[in-house]
Design a protein around this ligand. Structure first.
Ligand code: ZN
Length: 133
């Protein structure tokens, strides 16, 4: 029973994409945060309960920079909130899914995160997240 958490979108520049999404959604970016472990700056929007995370690489060799080089800007991942990320990672491993990290990592918003390989999910990178208690 996953709860939808957010949709991650890879962008070249938060400076241009924040005002763009503010115009698009008619609501202001409510938070920006650097996640140094992932080499990204993030910006968050909330629209009717739907959360959007824009991601800009702060490292030319970071995962988001590489993603944009290969595929261009656009949908990068879909995140689901889980109550117990350790249990969920175990369950997914048993189900045969490839996890991109063996232990949870620090994500934005004070969360523990884990990614499931897109090859196992019809080309979509899936992020699991759990709030730190
Ligand atoms: Zn995310």
């Amino acid at each position: 029973v996953y709860k939808r958490q957010h949709i991650g979108i890879a962008v070249n520049s938060l400076k241009t994409s924040i005002p763009l999404y503010e115009r698009l959604l008619g609501s202001n970016c409510y938070k920006t945060e650097q996640v140094s472990g992932e080499q990204v700056d993030t910006a968050f929007f909330l629209q009717n309960g739907a959360k959007i995370e824009l991601l800009e690489s702060i490292d030319p060799n970071g995962v988001i920079a590489k993603f944009i080089q290969k595929k261009g800007e656009g949908l990068h991942h879909i995140a689901f909130e889980v109550p117990d990320i350790y249990a969920e990672m175990e369950r997914l491993k048993k189900e045969g899914f490839t996890l991109l990290n063996e232990t949870p990592k620090s994500g934005a918003d004070n969360k523990l995160v884990c990614f499931v390989h897109p090859k196992d999910a019809n080309g979509v990178l899936i992020e699991l997240c759990q709030s730190r208690r």
